[in-house]
Design a protein around this ligand. Structure first.
Ligand code: ADP
Ligand code: ZN
Length: 730
């Protein structure tokens, strides 16, 4: 039971405003519970907040203002409060920003909005029966007491809305106001149970037993693409629903396709609540409210769904748990995969991390016994994992400015002839990564960033992939002013598509790259069409690697398997391994077997060898060994500090001052590296400097970091952000 404050009691209210603490107010008439959402005055404005605890006092109480009103929303549970505090402590985020994340639904304070609904009225007969009128009444009689919206009722009767309105005037149909925020349809765990294979059943039993225990537990569910991981975790969802608790399935944004929702509907008889960037504001509000009122059994969403106000969460699934999009890279820098485990542990829920290619973090946790591990070893049914082979590019005869080797061309030709699909994968957007002047060697860069401009031929412009700035393709070199010598260097997907068109003039070609579509929805629609067979050859970036079935796809050609291997990123090998395996996993998912060909100049590179051998455990063990020896995540801790400012002197001065006053970090045995200009030293006109902190796994890193940065006064306009467990190092 939460504390109740009587009218006039001094209470602390945490608002979403960027202040460094909760503010004191007086409890309103009728009193208020801790956790209640309230509206309070702040200067001339009214803002929303949460009753956080007793007020601090210690000043003139006569000046303390009263809470304006208590909002019609379920109060925040203690568990949610602890979760927000723990995430704030872990990521060093101020609480108001955490509260914003927890209340990301517009109009929470508004009274419930209403809409008109229609049901059978008290009058038996209208003044005159017509065919159209009979149809409407027949629909209402058939569905008993159910109510419909005007449009639904007219559509079901096959009449115009004016017919319904006419019946309303007569009293035969009743028009009522009903709240818009209706609960979601109940999901039925028994609708379409599948016969699991022995291996799947064993995994499903282990997960359902965990859910039935009502306790926290984390499990790594590892299995090749197509092995039935989704099928298995949907059984855990069923068990969770049976236990009367709520379930949450997190997916990377791009994998949130209607294919997945349809699958849930087929399994449980109704669609789940959805939470992602494509959901309308009104619908968001409905989801937020219904999750709090137990009117939503299952939410399928992107990472921020983790901050919805679940009342009785029993299961969190993080599908494609290795996906980098789970790390939020601006605002609150949290990793939804890790925070899902935290929320599960606070709330007593089971957490399932599913992937064909787990992150090394999760693999190591399973290896150390912190997470249970369940493995599905084979694809379901006739489907087998694609055969993987390297194409040794040193032995291929390929002219300049061409990227598809003769061996790969032959393989694609075979598929086109057989009526099967091929995917050519190149993880580079645009036409060409570099535009160079052949007279003077000048490369066109962005005016605001330390980055080269990428040619986008569809848009006929050069674009900066850091800040989005575009400019027309110059015909005259900006440096030496010689005309007509500007030339593209290197391939992007658009240029690759050009080569494919030249090689296969009669094939249907589809190019899939995130920037070629206005919206995520348009992109998903296109992916679905392709899956049905509208293209022979797909040319795509990594958006294609995620969670979609292409039943006709039997060949994957990786244009540049070496691309990810050179980076300075500590996860370069891991990322390449995951991406190559994921992309290759797109092939041969139905009855026809698939093959995956990797074009590489270094076939004996250990990562390429591990990809080809299919011995994944070997790869993880070797990679874990190297990271352990280096003391880097997941075997050590890291934090990135990014300073940015329009003033280059300021960023270096503050960076040096921080490095010079690193006592709080040295005391916990941590090392500080830098300051150094960030790999991308300027973004949107702001100069960037990085420091890197490395510490022992057990060191109290957050408190030391907080004490460290608190010593320095930051000049105006200088931004300092701390990234715990950084995933990106640019
Ligand atoms: P994953 O999530 O591991 O990629 P899925 O759960 O999507 O695998 O399964 C791949 C395909 O095989 C899906 O179309 C799924 O419906 C089907 N499938 C998997 N297991 C079974 C089963 N036991 N019975 C029927 N169909 C299955
Ligand atoms: Zn730029």
């Amino acid at each position: 039971m939460q504390t109740h404050y009587a009218e006039g009691d001094l209470i602390a209210v945490l608002t979403t405003q960027p202040l460094d603490r909760a503010l004191d107010y007086k409890a309103p008439e009728g009193g208020v519970f801790e956790g209640a959402f309230v509206e309070v005055p702040l200067g001339p404005r009214k803002v929303i907040g949460v009753v956080w605890g007793p007020g601090e006092g210690g000043y003139d109480l006569a000046k303390v203002r009263s809470v304006i009103r208590v909002l019609d929303a379920v109060p925040m549970q203690d568990e949610m409060k602890s979760f927000l505090i723990r995430v704030a402590d872990y990521t060093l985020t101020p609480m108001p920003a955490m509260l914003r994340l927890g209340t990301r639904a517009p109009g929470l304070g508004d009274p419930p909005s209403m809409r008109k609904i229609y049901r059978r009225g008290t009058t038996e007969n209208p003044d005159r029966w017509t065919d159209a009128r009979r149809k409407v009444v027949a629909v209402l009689d058939e569905y008993g007491g159910l109510a419909f919206t005007l449009k639904e009722l007219a559509d079901m009767g096959g009449v115009s809305t004016s017919v319904v309105k006419g019946l309303v005037t007569q009293g035969v149909v009743a028009e009522e106001d009903s709240p818009r925020d209706l609960p979601f349809a109940k999901l039925d765990p028994g609708v379409a149970q599948v016969d699991l294979t022995a291996e799947q059943a064993a995994a499903s039993d282990a997960l359902t037993a965990g859910v039935a225990s009502g306790k926290f537990g984390a499990t790594l569910l590892k299995g090749v693409t197509g092995s039935g991981k989704t099928e298995v975790y949907l059984e855990a969802v069923a068990a969770c629903l049976e236990a009367g608790r709520q379930a949450l399935v997190l997916l990377p944004e791009i994998a949130l396709t209607s294919e997945f929702l349809t699958r849930v509907e087929a399994r449980f008889g109704a669609r789940p609540a959805e939470w992602h960037s494509g959901v309308t504001m009104t619908e968001r509000r409905r989801v937020w409210k219904m999750v709090a009122e137990n009117g939503a059994d299952l939410v399928v969403g992107a990472r921020s769904a983790l901050f919805l106000p679940f009342q009785s969460l029993g299961l969190i699934v993080v599908d494609e748990e290795h996906d980098t999009s789970y790390k939020q890279e601006d605002g609150v820098l949290y990793n939804a995969r890790d925070m899902a485990v935290l929320r599960g542990s606070i709330t007593g829920a089971q957490v399932v991390l599913a992937s064909a290619t787990p992150s090394l973090e999760s693999w190591a946790n399973a290896d150390a016994g912190k997470y249970a591990r369940l493995t599905l070893t084979s694809r379901f049914g006739a489907a087998v994992m694609p055969e993987m082979r390297a194409i040794d590019m040193r032995a291929e005869d390929l002219p300049g400015s061409r990227w598809i080797s003769p061996t790969l061309v032959r393989a694609v030709t075979d598929r086109v002839v057989a009526g099967e699909q091929s995917l050519l994968f190149l993880n580079r957007r645009g036409y060409a990564p570099v535009t160079i002047c052949r007279a003077c060697g000048h490369q066109v860069g962005c005016d605001h960033c330390d980055a080269r401009m990428v040619e986008h031929r569809f848009q006929k412009r050069l674009m900066c992939h850091q800040c989005g700035e575009t400019k027309p393709l110059p015909n005259v070199c900006p440096s030496c002013e010689v005309e007509d010598r500007m030339a593209p260097v290197g391939p992007g997907v658009e240029r690759l598509a050009e080569e494919v068109t030249a090689l296969f003039p009669d094939a249907r070609i589809a190019v899939l790259s995130s920037d070629l579509f206005g919206s995520a929805r348009a992109l998903k629609a296109q992916i679905e069409e392709i899956a049905e067979g509208t293209a022979d050859i797909i040319v795509g970036t990594q958006i294609i690697a995620k969670g979609h079935n292409f039943p006709l796809l039997t060949l994957v050609g990786v244009i540049d398997a070496d691309l990810g291997l050179q980076g300075s990123d500590l996860r370069a090998a891991e990322r390449t391994f995951q991406l190559m395996r994921q992309v290759s996993g797109r092939a041969g998912r139905a009855e026809r077997p698939g093959v995956s060909l990797l074009q590489t100049f270094q076939p004996e590179h250990p990562v390429i060898r591990a990809i080809l051998s299919g011995d994944e455990e070997d790869f993880w063990r070797a990679e874990a060994g190297e990271r352990r020896a280096a003391g880097v995540p997941p075997f050590g801790r890291m934090a990135g500090i990014i300073l940015s400012s329009p003033n280059v002197q300021d960023v270096f001065d503050v960076g040096k001052a921080l490095a010079a006053r690193s006592d709080p970090l040295r005391r916990i045995g941590a090392q500080v590296y830098g300051p150094a200009a960030a790999p991308i030293a300027r973004v949107r006109g702001r100069h960037r400097v990085r420091l890197l902190v490395k510490a022992d796994k057990k060191a109290p890193l957050q408190s030391a970091l907080a004490a460290w940065v608190a010593q320095i006064r930051l000049p105006n306009n200088l931004r300092l952000s701390i990234d715990i467990d950084p995933q990106s190092f640019y």
